[in-house]
Ligand binder design. Sequence first.
Ligand SMILES: *[C@@H]1O[C@H](CO)[C@@H](O)[C@H](O)[C@H]1NC(C)=O
Length: 379
Amino acid sequence: MWECVGSVSSSSPRSHFQSPTKIITKPRSCLLTSLFVVALMVALVLGLYGLGPLGLAQELSWSIGSEVVAEGEVSGPEDLAYDKRRRVIYTGCEDGWIKQVTVADSVADTVVNNWVNTGGRPLGLALEKSGELMVADAVKGLLRVTKKKKVEVLANEVDGLKFNLTDGVDVAENGIIYFTDATYKYSLEDYFDDIIEGVPHGRFMNYNPKTKKVTVLARNLYFPNGVVVSQDQNFVIYCETIMKRCRKYYIEGPKKGRIGEFCRNLPGMPDNIHYVGQGQYYIAMATSLTPQRRLLLKYPFMWRVLRMVTKYVGRTHAEENGGVLVVNLEGKPTARYYDSELSLISSGIKIGNYIYCGSLMYPFIVRLDVKQYPSLPLT
Ligand SMILES: *[C@@H]1O[C@H](CO)[C@@H](O)[C@H](O)[C@H]1NC(C)=O
């Protein structure tokens, strides 16, 4: 705490804070000093906020071109999975519903349908060729929803350790399911605490539907999140949110069973990752590494301050600049779409000319026509 030590006499119990040379200050100037300190802190915070994104050069914000889809009909649509044949997006919401959102040229023609309620919190989604949906449910574990809308729990623990935040999932062409448990120690509600603690509690695993067995492929991961099987089926990419990186786990070839870098030093916290065709992966960025975010990572107690501020004052800038980073097959960034007004963007997919984005907290999906509003190439 900030204290005025100058005004107390030497007999005061706080006198040990004083320097040998006694500073005698009148209460009034002490108040002024306090005000000055507060003003200095406010200026510091505002200054930091004013600095804006510390991103890659030549980005294009999409504030101008984006549209809001299914507003008020989806709450926290975290991940998006697109069924081409039916032209619907599946998305998992806060209230446990997996919803179907029709894709229409005009957002006004969008229809939202409650499909299945998992009774938990569906996060990562992956559609299998057969039309079944694999779900990483933060509360229930790894689920499969059949075409007849039956919800089956495939796994919720391994090696005697329960999952606590099952997060990302994808299915390989051979039917093997790859998924992550971001942390076994904290549930979704307390995920900030896992970040503060900074200890790796995450696991990357697979599930073999033939043997019904879960195998841990990598443990002690820092909040492993989104998962995608590479386009050539040679490796599986998993994003480690806190480390700002994505790694690959080889499932074929001479490096089978080994782990390598896919991309690192990302300009934000990676969430879900999807292959969107044409040699491109979309990595959703929960937020970019703004200066205040760096401060928060360095001084964890500020998270609590921030949470209180958010609660009583409203949203702060620390969570903004959410969006999508486009990387090529080698993991090299080629474009970036972000918006200074968006926070906690958790997924991005491509449908036609549009990027569709899910988020952990908004009551809508965002879309952007990238033909009309292209990103400048990153250098
Ligand atoms: C899951 O996380 C919560 C805290 O968020 C904790 O109390 C609980 O014990 C955890 N569950 C397991 C199985 O460790």
